[in-house]
Design a protein around this ligand. Sequence first.
Ligand code: ZN
Length: 445
Amino acid sequence: MKNAAFTLTAPLLAQPLSWASTAIAAPLKADPAPVVIVAGNLWDGLADNPLGPMELLVENGKISAMAPDVGRPEGARVISLPDHTVTPGFIDSHVHVTLRPELEDKIFDLSSSAKALLGVEALSILLGHGFTTVRDTGDMDIHGYTTCDLARALAEGRIAGPRLIPAGHLISTRGGHGDGEPLLGADSNPWQNSLADGVDEIRKVVRREISRGAQWIKFAGSGGFSSPADDPSQTPYSQEEMNVMVGTARDLGIPATLHVYGDEGIRRALTAGVRGIEHGNLASRDTLTIIEDKGVYLVPTQFAVIRQARLIDDDAFWKAADKPPYVRRKYRKYAAQLMEAAKNIADSKVKIVFGTDIGTFSFDTNNAGEFGEMVANGISPVRALKAATSMAAEMLQMPDIGVLAAGKTADIVAMPGNPFDDISVTEKVDFVMHDGAIHKSPGQG
Ligand SMILES: [Zn+2]
């Protein structure tokens, strides 16, 4: 589609009735009355298996009791979910709420306010999918700080959506994975706030990102598949530059993660002291062992990456994906290596965290599809489910979420069936409670 204004407004205009009629747009505040959730089956985010029938008492946004019978306090609202499995609210640690695949080459055309509207729409959709916390790993508002503003608006209860942890912009070298300029004509000279070459620029950009509200620093430690001018094998930042990137953030109390595919970039980042690795889909077995030994978290975004490798010969898939030809060319080059590395990740003991890269693919697609993709790649259902709950909370250093227990935040979802038997039911979440407020309930759309 050529007209950016049209592609932006079309999905919003197409949806207003269904948007308004679902409960997503409604309650931002916790129910003042106690809520009792009667679960046919419950998984707490930690156990190797579901715990069976269980009840949760929710008061003032917190779980105040979890037991087979929590009683019925005066005035309590009882929600009965006999055929459901109740789990902690899901956490997607790799989203891009200000990005849409069809707008990837229009990032210089859209204003900050247009990107904010994309973000509001995306956040509502993610909450509807059962994601009560998301980390945005790359604001596409390359002049402003939209994801930081959205995080504040959510925290203040001005808009509906999950808890948002902004990682600011993807800090990139000029010509690297996060540089938008190659998408433009050769003689244009755009300004972008997240480019940094050399240690002095890196210090400035990292400090500015954090001052504007970034809670993680994310940088491009290798080339990518979706960018036109580089290759996943390239490692643009030197060891010295990565050390300064991660060290400057660390001195301000902020963890760092990076976009990276292969061994060299991963090893430099591990030396620099990152807390997380995004993608890592070309890591060798030896490199995975180092990640494991260092206790660093890996967000393998398999729905966005490995699925494209597996479907490399599927013309219908690529036609529907509507990507520029260089994307498929790059995936073809690395497809076998990506599939091999996915197997090695499943066989490893690396701390895997759930992340999808949604925004690089359509918000019409349920990002819970990552669960099924992980299981298809040999990751056990319990490991995939922990990756989106307790393990993600550990990586994010947010001990109040990701687990169901007395005293925890009431971020609770439910799905018909049992995800330990059929992982695809994670795409059918029809009960969503966030911070004690019910956003979606079976029968309520
Ligand atoms: Zn991403």
